[in-house]
Structure formats: C-alpha cells, structure tokens
Design a protein around this ligand. Sequence first.
Ligand SMILES: *Cc1c(COP(=O)(O)O)cnc(C)c1O
Length: 343
Amino acid sequence: MNLEKLIRPSIWKLKPYSCARDEFKGEASVYLDANENPYNSPYNRYPDPLQWILKEKIAKLKNVRPEQIMIGNGSDEPIDLVFRIFCEPKEDNVVAMEPTYGMYQVCAGINNVEYRKVLLNDDFSLDADCLLQATDEHTKLIFLCSPNNPTGNLLNRAEMQKIVENFDGIVIIDEAYIDFSSEKSWLEDLDKYPNIIVLQTFSKAWGLASVRCGLAFASPEIIGFFNKVKYPYNVNLLTQRFVSEQINQVEQKNEWIKTLLKQREYLRKELEKIPWVEKIYPSDANFLLVKVSDANAVYRYLVEKSIIVRNRNSVSLCWNCLRITVGTKEENETLIKVMSDKL
Ligand SMILES: *Cc1c(COP(=O)(O)O)cnc(C)c1O
C-alpha cells in the first residue's frame, strides 16, 4: 500500500499545530508555558493531547500497541477525520454498504465527498464483489460495519477479507457492537493489514455513551495522520481519567453483556408470539431489527405508551422495520406487555 497516494496532498504536507504540551514533555516544577491559570488544579492545566496514560490501558485491554490507537470524541470523530485525511472534496469518493450507520453518509456530505451506496443482499449479507465493482481510481475508503447497524448481523469474514485484500484504499471496519458478538475482532489482524482502520467505542457495551470516547486502531503511520489533523486537546481530562478508571471494571462490563444477551433472547422469544410481528432478524448486537405489519402505527402506539423505539421504516431493505434496543429485564417486560396488548 502506498500511503502517500491515498492521503490528501495538503494533509501529507501539513505541518501540525504545535501546542505547549508538545514542545516540552516530561516533569517540571514550574509551568509557565501555556498561559494557564496557576489556580484550580488539576483542571487549570491542558490535558495530554495524545492521552498516553489512557492509551497504555487500552493497549493492554485490546492487546495492541499504544501507537496503534487514536482516541476520539466518540467514534464519530475518527469517522469525520478519515474524510478530512483521505478524501479530496468533489474529487474522491467512498463506497459503503446500504443500509448501515448513518454517520458515514453525513460526514461524506459535510466534507463534500461522493458517497456510493451498494445494497446488501436481502438477508443483509455482504457481497464483496459488488462493493469492489463500485470502486474506481478515486475511491479512497470502503466502510464496513460488523455487526451492522441497523440490521444487527455480522458480516461474513471471508467476504470482508476479500475486500481488505483486493481494495487499493483504506477499509474502515466499524466494530461498535463487537462485544456483543462471538466473532473475533479485526484488531487481531491489525499488523497483517496496514490498510484497515478498526473503530470501537465505549458507548455501547461499556455503558459510557455520555462520556464520548471512541477509538480508532490502525498502523502507527495512519495514527500519525489522525494526530496531525485532530484538535490538539480533543479528549478532555475528565474523560481520560474516568475512562481509565472504568477500564478496571471489565468484569462489570462482561456481566452487563451476559445479561443483555440473555434479555435479547427473551425479547426474541416473546416478540415471536405477537401475531403482527412478521420477522425478527438475527442479531449479534444489543438490539433487534423487527419487521411488523405497520411500523409507523406500532411506533406511534408505543410513543403513546411512553416507549420509544427506532422507526427504520424509510431505510432501504428495512421497510416496516423497528429497531429495538435491549433494555433492562423490567423495561423489556414492559415493552412486551404493551405490545401484547395491541391488537
Ligand atoms: C453507536 C455507534 C457508534 C458509536 O458512536 P460514538 O460516537 O462512539 O458514540 C459507532 N458506529 C456505529 C455503527 C454505531 O451504531
């Protein structure tokens, strides 16, 4: 892979902003270099722009090297940054499967980059050849999301591998829901494939959506470009410290996953009994995609009963589908009771 051919020329040449925390690293007794207020410690100081303490912990947790990690303000930050690093507006394009996570298309739009959609098969499986055929010499990125949102299914690994091995650009593999799946992560193949970027997040299995902490894993060369383009202090001190602490509670996270998977099967079993539920798709995530006879009517009915699900009726291949997140036992029982009451 020739990274120089893939990176936008202006980004390749960019001399990044050098902040005070970059220029002097190490311990000193008097800091008069960053125009900080000397009072109100520790919040008066700018945080580590590269978040090394947190990266060391994540590296151990995920069995990667700290230089292979970029930490963002949610995974939405690295999704936006890949456009700004790789795609020349109005010139380059990206290819993604459809339906999938909506942020890829939004970020393409914001960056004025053509977004090419390739429909998944009817069972939401991936056809690698169709995606590869949609690429041309201006295609810089392919987005794969596995398990996929909103469909819930894992993509076939051999099909994904075909794309990774045959595409000349960067393949972004979004693993936001990987903790709910029995499939192994692509992180294990990070050293083997210098053209992949794996996205994970603390927002789902770790129960930390509000702290905004997302992860991109890639070769140290690609991570270097993320570091060049991101805001210098993109992850604040509170988030860095809090996520570091939360990583110590890995058993708690694993318990939640076990409970949610059990509850997902409870929901499936109970939903199957409801006559106007037409289909429940297989799920490797913490939600179920459910086809009903009239999604808009069911959605409105549930809102009336103070239960909010996601109406995916207008999404390709998801006609009359609702996306239902797995909640607590009590929440799921409430949902089933309310749904069973609707004729
Ligand atoms: C929820 C989700 C994310 C996570 O986004 P954050 O910005 O990290 O909260 C990423 N990708 C997909 C497919 C998701 O569903």
